[in-house]
Design a protein around this ligand. Structure first.
Ligand SMILES: Cc1cc2nc3c(=O)[nH]c(=O)nc-3n(C[C@H](O)[C@H](O)[C@H](O)COP(=O)(O)O)c2cc1C
Length: 186
């Protein structure tokens, strides 16, 4: 089983969530392999978006995309400039964002996929406006991918983080659930 996790992150929170998701996927793949007499080794690749190929090669059992919510949606060059002003530290993603990656991306028809975003905790009425993960899901479906799970949002306590308590564990558990869903989708 092979999974590719691609993330965009300004301050490191989405990267942390992606790392926990990747670890959860890896744990589930390994457990599934241990139950089988034979099987190819499990592989989980975690890539920052500007390092990720836009032509996703065939053979990945699962593709996961993750991005921070900026101005209710995916980041743009202007919102990334705003992000840079909020910290003295170097940003994690300094090249393209997931929006630009998706605009150039091609995936194999039927590619099993899932998406997540990070965002702040808002009153319910405002949460409805946030659409970063929905935009990713829509674009992936349009390119022929098959979503194997509902989009997930992970909460940060402030703009520059950190993650809210329990979110790292939830990301790991979601990774495990995604690996199972990808295996069932085969
Ligand atoms: C320019 C900018 C706009 C943002 N807009 C939103 C927003 O509309 N809704 C929201 O919930 N969070 C918003 N945030 C907070 C981000 O979601 C938060 O910075 C992100 O989840 C942190 O992840 P990262 O450390 O991976 O960048 C915004 C942050 C920045 C820098």
């Amino acid at each position: 089983m092979r999974a590719l996790v691609i993330f965009e992150s300004m301050f490191g929170d989405t990267r942390t969530v992606a790392e926990h998701i990747a670890a959860g996927i890896g744990a589930e793949f390994s457990a599934a392999l241990a139950d089988e007499a034979a099987g190819s080794p499990a592989e989980v690749s975690l890539l920052e978006v500007s390092q990720a190929p836009t032509a996703v090669p065939e053979g990945w059992d699962l593709l996961v995309l993750g991005a921070p919510t900026h101005a209710f949606g995916l980041s743009r060059p202007t919102t990334r400039e705003d992000a840079a002003k909020k910290t003295d530290a170097e940003l994690v993603s300094t090249g393209i964002g997931i929006r630009e990656w998706l605009a150039a991306a091609s995936v194999t028809k039927g590619q099993p996929a899932a998406v997540f975003d990070t965002r702040m905790d808002h009153p319910k009425a405002l949460v409805k406006l946030d659409h970063a993960s929905h935009t990713m899901a829509k674009a992936l479906r349009k390119s022929g991918a098959r979503l194997v799970a509902d989009a997930q949002a992970f909460i940060v306590v402030d703009t520059t983080g950190p993650l809210a308590p329990g979110e790292a564990e939830r990301a790991h558990a979601w990774g495990r659930a995604l690996a199972k869903a990808a295996a069932d989708a085969q």
